[in-house]
Design a protein around this ligand. Structure first.
Ligand SMILES: Nc1ncnc2c1ncn2[C@@H]1O[C@H](COP(=O)(O)OP(=O)(O)OP(=O)(O)O)[C@@H](O)[C@H]1O
Length: 241
């Protein structure tokens, strides 16, 4: 499904936060949104997910207006919001339960591939930060919505775990027919993961530039060390300045 964001604007009080944001997420695309802290990235996700109403503009899913409606997009917040009283497996199947058809077998397979096979009956407080993120991502992946919004999911992880998570995220996502909108502060992360990067300005946030990441998939760790990657990293840094 395609997601169209058309001329979205949002103010809080008399402060204009987002101004005239327009872009399209095509089916199966991975698009990152990068911008200064406080520029309005999470606000944009809240508008897309229907948690907030825009002052102007529309959100369209397959050309049908969903502005201000919840439930069409699966949303993974910065802090993985697992239910403490549910086991790992029960948390992973939560999104699919909402449609009445939880696929426990598939959830088990995905958890096993995510090195959580021994933790199916564990509770969230027994997991590390990276483990919680993996459960939250699997839950979003198993939810019926075809579009996932991930809000800085790896920002609290150390760089080693983060790289592992990025690799695992790409491998898992590539087997699914889902589109991802991904907020990050990390330029290398955005380049490594994405097909396109939307760069936001601040005060108010507008789209400053959209950069196509020209790297083939599947992406390998070698990409980080290539001249081409460094060249694009420089381009993103210069645009953000
Ligand atoms: N409900 C609200 N009421 C008033 N102001 C808000 C509200 N939500 C967010 N803001 C303000 O809007 C601005 C954008 O916030 P937002 O959380 O969207 O930024 P962000 O780009 O996601 O930031 P960060 O990268 O630090 O997470 C901030 O100045 C914030 O204080």
């Amino acid at each position: 499904m395609s997601l169209k964001i058309e001329s979205l604007s949002k103010s809080f009080g008399d402060r204009l936060i987002l101004s005239d944001i327009t872009f399209t997420l095509q089916p199966g695309e991975f698009v990152s949104i990068i911008g200064p802290s406080g520029s309005g990235k999470s606000t944009l996700f809240h508008l897309i997910g229907g948690l907030l109403q825009p002052d102007e503009g529309q959100v369209l899913l397959e050309d049908k207006e969903i502005t201000g409606e919840r439930g069409h997009i699966s949303y993974m917040p910065q802090q993985p919001s697992l239910f403490p009283w549910r086991t790992v497996l029960q948390n992973a199947t939560l999104g699919s339960e909402l449609t009445g058809a939880p696929n426990e077998e598939l959830a088990k397979q995905l958890l096993q591939k995510a090195n959580l096979g021994d933790m199916l009956k564990a509770y969230p407080h027994q997991l590390s930060g990276g483990m919680k993120q993996r459960v939250a991502f699997i839950r979003a992946l198993l939810s019926p919505q075809s579009i996932m919004c991930l809000d800085e999911p790896f920002s609290d992880l150390d760089s080693f775990t983060k790289k592992d998570m990025q690799r695992w995220l790409l491998e898992t996502w590539e087997q699914y027919d889902k589109s991802i909108l991904f907020i990050t502060h990390d330029i290398e992360e955005a380049l490594f993961l994405s097909d396109r990067i939307i760069i936001l300005s601040t005060n108010p946030a507008t789209i400053k530039e959209v950069i196509e990441a020209p790297f083939s998939r599947p992406r390998s760790d070698q990409l980080y060390l290539s001249e081409e990657f460094l060249k694009w990293k420089k381009k993103v840094v210069e645009t953000l300045l």
